[in-house]
Design a protein around this ligand. Structure first.
Ligand code: NDP
Ligand code: 13P
Length: 351
């Protein structure tokens, strides 16, 4: 390996972990890709494919599959954590049993933990003792694994409390096809990435019900308004929501056939029930759990989030999707900007 090339562990060989392993491998790094399944490890090392998660893609020789977490982490000082939000704590607990020196953890997952209402960087900080924690960095933005693995132009953003660490991660991933920005607003980047999945589910439902582009544009725009309202109340920079982790990710997830959240919503709109939908997906649909968390956050921060509320009722209270849309449309008239203007004025007063 050349001097600036590193050994990097990617923990989780689903679609996103594998696509990011490819970006790092394209940049000349040695990638240790960890997975739970021995069969998947054999497939990756012997056939150079990951058929379940990224069909049709050939993996280069500088990606090695590992079933042993210990071996995957050996010699790496940076780990990319690419497991679903619900597996973050368990994964971090397993990692800290093994590593003896501090690591940088780059999380690429998009969710919020229900009940604790923690963001992923907060969960990682809670699980990893300080002496083993170099930095936590988030990588987020409009980026479907299927397109990244085809080297189609993609832009993402990285953020951290330690922006020097975020800049190092920017350098690790940045290449001709994968452009990485930085944004110091860690909270905003994580909230934008997590909450767009709720709106993507709603956009899928709308398409499944047979509604058109007007309805989808409304969901994206008013979805962004409620994400910005909550995020700003929580302390995010409102401008983050006009960036890659905000409107960027909303556009890609609400309009793409690749989106797992959109697909799940689409099936719900066509009349399938939640259990049937999740069973048939075979991949993580983060928006379902995040809807629960966002519903709790809306209560905690006394924020009006009508789309989240409507989706919560469809997912967990048996409300029919068509009825939920009717209720959204029949709400009292209001000024498009009023809530956000109030929140921003409150913020200015506090400063
Ligand atoms: N796919 C994408 O385009 C993008 C995804 N993301 C985010 O990345 C995260 C991962 O998503 P994605 O790769 O799509 O998900 P997938 O469903 O494709 O893969 C999930 C991966 O996590 C593993 N996993 C699941 N549960 C556990 C567990 N308890 N312990 C250890 N490993 C586990 C799975 O292993 P196994 O195969 O053994 O079940 C699999 O390797 C999500 O938060 C998603 O929102 C972000 C940007 C883009
Ligand atoms: O976050 C993503 C793209 O940026 C992936 O979204 P889905 O999980 O809906 O596929």
């Amino acid at each position: 390996m050349a001097k600036d090339k590193k050994k990097i562990a990617v923990i989780g060989a689903g679609s996103w972990g594998t696509a990011l392993a490819l970006v790092l491998a394209d940049n000349g790094h040695q990638v240790n890709l960890w997975m739970r399944s021995k069969e998947q490890q054999a497939e990756i090392n012997d056939r150079r494919t990951n058929h379940k998660y990224l069909p049709g893609i050939t993996l280069p020789d500088n990606i090695t599959g590992f079933h042993s977490l210990q071996k995957a982490l050996e010699g790496a000082d940076t780990s990319i954590i690419a497991v679903p939000t619900k597996a973050i704590r368990e994964t971090m607990r397993n990692i800290i049993k093994i590593i003896g020196t501090p690591m940088t953890f780059v999380h690429v997952s998009k969710g919020i933990e229900p009940d604790s209402l923690k963001r992923i960087s907060e969960m990682i900080e809670e699980e990893v003792p300080q002496e083993l924690l170099k930095a936590v960095v988030v990588l987020s933005g409009p980026s479907h694994a299927e397109e990244v693995s085809l080297r189609h132009p993609t832009t993402v953003t990285v953020s951290s409390k330690d922006m020097a660490a975020a800049e190092k991660v920017q350098d690790l991933f940045m290449n001709q096809h994968f452009r990485v920005y930085t944004n110091p607003d860690l909270l905003g980047v994580e909230i934008g990435g997590a909450l767009k999945n709720i709106i993507a589910l709603a956009a899928g439902i709308s398409d499944g019900l047979g509604y058109g582009d007007n309805a989808k544009a409304a969901l994206i725009t008013r979805g962004l308004a409620e994400i910005s309202r909550l995020g700003t109340k929580m302390g995010a920079n409102p401008l983050t929501f006009s960036g890659l982790a905000g409107i960027g990710d909303l556009i890609v997830t609400c309009t793409s056939v690749h989106s797992r959240n959109w697909k799940a919503g689409n099936m719900l709109g066509k009349g399938k029930n939640l259990d049937e939908v999740l069973e048939s997906m075979g991949m993580v649909v983060e928006g379902v759990r995040t809807t629960k968390a966002a519903h709790q956050l809306a209560e905690k921060y006394e924020t009006n989030m009508p789309i989240t509320e409507a989706l919560y009722n469809v997912l967990f209270n048996g409300v029919n999707p068509k009825e939920a849309v009717d209720q959204l449309m029949q709400r009292l008239k209001k000024n498009e900007m009023e809530d956000l203007v109030d929140i921003l004025s409150e913020q200015m007063e506090q400063k």
